[in-house]
Design a protein around this ligand. Structure first.
Ligand code: KDG
Ligand code: MG
Length: 413
């Protein structure tokens, strides 16, 4: 089963996506290589340093291809390398499953569950808008909700749609206007104030619990902005509201600080959307510093890389919570669904919903019903790439915003 063609596809239906397409024995496989804001770095890595190495290789030797690209690069790990490896790995799994005539999850051991509990992104600058957004997500069937709120005194905050867009309907990019990086040649600059945030957030969760009751699973993303003691304080102050998880409380580089957070709070912690390998998690798993793993297939070395992470996590009763914002393409999401439905330690899947324009390029067979996501039952991943539609959407530079404190110094966004 020789690889005969490798194509790097860049398209931008509302936001930029990088896709790898591998052909072997007349079968094609797709892999997601999208790295939001640094897309062309991965496209060049694949085009200039990987594509030629794959031609003539046996497409069925997936683990060997993974090791060849990981060990063979010498310069291992990092988001660019691991997104490139992820794309190759996912495309090869897609081909293998198509050759077998089975949906990919069957090759991963078959179903462990009937569907994947998904959480959606509700947000609002003020409480009434936030409540409307939560209601809208519940009406769409979501059974778990991420809650992000505006902060008094801050004009815009990650995760919070502007008042004009908070109530935009399902499938609209507008309700996620904080994230598909406002397109500009340089990043938009926002202002951050941690004290204002820490004062406000507990009152938001108190109001949400009063309005929606004790049972609805609620999540929150602190987006790497707190120091260890601030994170500990936030976790403690949110305990009465029984969060499903509190995400990325501290910058991910320093695992050790989570010890401090753990000493102070029983609020479950999720981390890892910017991690790339099992090595990034080792200390956190062995010391049980976290409860959920946030890596997506796309940035953690594909199905092979993420499966290795999830298996290691399972030893410590740590569960999956794969990253699923709209900058993970439908190919990356489909891969996460096949893996999630098969593993024993699934926790929850983020589902932010791609826009109709994106889904016209990536024709996807996964379903969302009664709050549960399910992978396609077509052979392979179940995603088709429409070249004609894709060609109409040219790449345009787009960056995530950056944060500055009130004195002008840079802060995590
Ligand atoms: O590209 C950055 C986004 O993927 C990130 O900001 C989304 O934190 C995020 C989340 O939890 O979905
Ligand atoms: Mg996050």
């Amino acid at each position: 089963m020789k690889i005969t063609n490798v194509e790097v596809l860049v398209t931008s239906p509302g936001r930029n996506f990088v896709t790898l397409r591998i052909t072997a024995d007349g079968l094609t496989g797709l892999g997601d290589a999208t790295l939001n804001g640094r897309e062309l770095a991965v496209a060049a890595y694949l085009q200039e340093h990987v594509a030629a190495l794959l031609i003539g290789r046996d497409a069925s030797r997936i683990e060997d291809a993974w090791q060849y690209l990981y060990r063979g690069a010498y310069w291992r790990r990092g988001p660019v390398t691991m997104a490139a490896i992820a794309a190759v790995d996912t495309a090869l799994w897609d081909i293998k499953a198509k050759a077998a005539g089975m949906p990919l999850y069957q090759l991963l051991g078959g179903r462990s569950r009937d569907g994947l509990l998904a959480y959606g992104h509700a947000s609002g600058a003020e409480l009434p808008e936030l409540f409307d957004s939560i209601r809208q997500h519940l009406d769409e069937g979501y059974r778990a909700i991420r809650v992000q709120s505006g902060i008094p005194g801050l004009p815009s905050v990650y995760g919070v749609a502007s008042s004009a867009n908070a109530a935009a309907g399902a499938g609209s990019d507008a309700r996620y206007d904080y994230e598909p990086a406002r397109r500009s040649a340089v990043p938009v600059e926002e202002t951050w104030d941690t004290s204002a945030y820490l004062r406000h957030v507990p009152s938001v969760f108190e109001a949400v619990r009063n309005e929606f009751g004790p049972e609805l699973p609620l999540l929150h993303d602190a987006h790497h902005r707190l120091t260890p003691i601030q994170a500990a304080r936030l976790g403690k102050s949110l305990e009465p509201y029984d969060l499903f998880w509190l995400e990325d409380v501290t910058p991910a580089e320093n695992a050790a600080v989570l010890r401090r957070v753990r000493e102070h709070t029983t609020t479950p912690l999720a981390i890892g959307e910017v991690f790339n390998t099992v090595w990034d998690y080792r200390e956190m798993f062995e010391e049980q510093l976290i409860d959920y793993v946030r890596s997506p297939v796309t940035h953690a070395g594909g199905i092979t890389g993420l499966r290795r992470i999830f298996d290691f996590a399972s030893v410590y009763q740590i569960k999956s919570g794969a990253h699923g914002p709209t900058d993970v393409s439908p190919v990356g999401l489909a891969a996460a669904l096949h893996l999630g439905v098969a593993i024993p330690n699934f926790g929850i899947q983020e589902y932010m919903q791609h826009s109709p324009a994106t889904l016209e390029v990536f024709r996807s067979g996964f379903t969302f019903a009664d709050g549960l996501l399910n992978p396609s039952d077509a052979p392979g991943l179940g995603v088709e790439y429409d070249d004609e539609v894709a060609a109409a959407h040219a790449y345009a530079p787009a960056y995530l915003p950056v944060n500055r404190l009130r004195d002008g110094s840079m802060h995590d966004w």
